[in-house]
Design a protein around this ligand. Structure first.
Ligand code: NAD
Length: 318
């Protein structure tokens, strides 16, 4: 169990659901919520604390008034930003959310120098880079959430097409969080078999397409805002593996220094999580086609990095 976990954007959909689920699962003694909507943070904190009282849980969830209140937090989860609307692409969010991320991590670096950062805000991979740039934190302490969510969508779509929700499926979706994601069916496991052997080629095509559309489908249903139950659950899964490390491999957005032939960007790769954050990146042997697809997936991230550099939001120092 953590002592103090902060959620920046705690008044929003994803942030408040992380706080609720985290409190219900007893992951921290204290969840501290911060955002530009102070009153809603206070309301969410009180509401969840009252829910915790129903189950007699020893947890406090509080809305905070300033970054100083977050002093000494062990984990800071950043969900602050603007959610994608049906008209918006992830790229539209880029410049807006990069400035927000800069402001947040500069404050966190001041008050919680030892914290582990879990980034959720979109566009995810490049927001992680902005967080690294402006916090100055080491690479193991900055982890982006996306692969766990995309993997869950792949699992859901596979169960749906097989019409069997009793199957145990572990899914791995590497690459950028976006349309260029790389669902790695060969390495996905369905009741001990490779998912590539369980699904027909046509089924594989459908499952991959539906996984890629997973977020957009929800945006279209909600009309305002994007998914939050599954994204919040994905963050909780990461927190649980940080508290209790296991052999389980998760795909998270991590900083690369040569792994998978990637350099100087954050991208979704399989990792082992532990108390220090990213314990190590797992190098799965990829075939030529998969390597090429991963390389293509990184192109979009590199373009976003260029846009940020051209707008003075990222300097060469990373
Ligand atoms: N990585 C993923 O897989 C994934 C999944 C879902 C959502 N997201 C992203 O997560 C982010 C949050 O989504 P949401 O649905 O919770 O949105 P939301 O609008 O409900 O919440 C956003 C929160 O950010 C806060 N905020 C805005 N500017 C701020 C600032 N300068 N400082 C502090 N707080 C600030 C708002 O007050 C609000 O609480 C979005 O960027 C969304 O695209 C990512």
């Amino acid at each position: 169990m953590f002592d103090k976990v902060a959620i920046i954007g705690g008044s929003g959909n994803v942030g408040s659901h992380i706080a609720f689920l985290g409190a219900m699962r007893g992951l921290a003694r204290e969840f501290l919520l911060f955002s530009i909507d102070l009153f809603r943070c206070k309301g969410v904190g009180l509401d969840i604390s009252q829910a915790a009282a129903i189950f007699d849980l020893p947890v406090s969830v509080k809305g905070c008034e300033s970054y100083e209140d977050l002093s000494g937090c062990e984990v800071v989860i950043i969900t602050a930003g603007f959610p994608r609307t049906p008209q918006m692409s992830r790229n539209d969010l880029l410049l807006k959310n990069a400035s927000i991320m800069q402001e947040i991590v500069e404050n966190i670096a001041r008050v919680a120098q030892e914290a582990l950062l879990i980034i959720v805000s979109n566009p995810l991979d490049v927001m992680c880079l902005v967080a690294k740039h402006y916090s100055g934190f080491p690479k193991n302490r900055i982890i982006g959430m996306a692969g766990v969510l995309d993997g869950a969508r792949l699992t859901y779509e596979s169960k749906t097409i097989l019409n069997d929700f009793t199957k145990h499926i572990e899914s791995y979706v590497l690459g950028a969080h976006g349309d260029d994601m790389l669902p790695l069916l060969r390495y996905c496991v369905c009741n001990g078999k490779s998912l590539a052997d369980v699904l027909s080629p046509k089924q594989q095509e459908i499952v991959v397409q539906e996984t890629k559309n997973g977020g957009a489908k929800i945006v279209n249903y909600y009309q305002q805002g994007s998914a939050y139950f599954a994204p919040a659950s994905a963050v909780i899964k990461m927190l649980e593996l940080i508290i209790t490390p296991s052999e389980e491999m998760l795909v998270c957005s991590v900083y690369t220094e040569g792994e998978y032939d990637m350099e100087g960007i954050f991208i979704g790769l399989p990792i082992k999580l532990g108390k220090k954050g990213v314990e190590h990146i797992v190098e799965l042997p990829l075939n030529e086609q998969e390597r090429e697809m991963l390389k293509n997936s990184a192109q979009g991230i590199k373009k976003q990095v260029e846009i940020l550099k051209n707008n003075g939001l990222l300097k060469e120092r990373i």
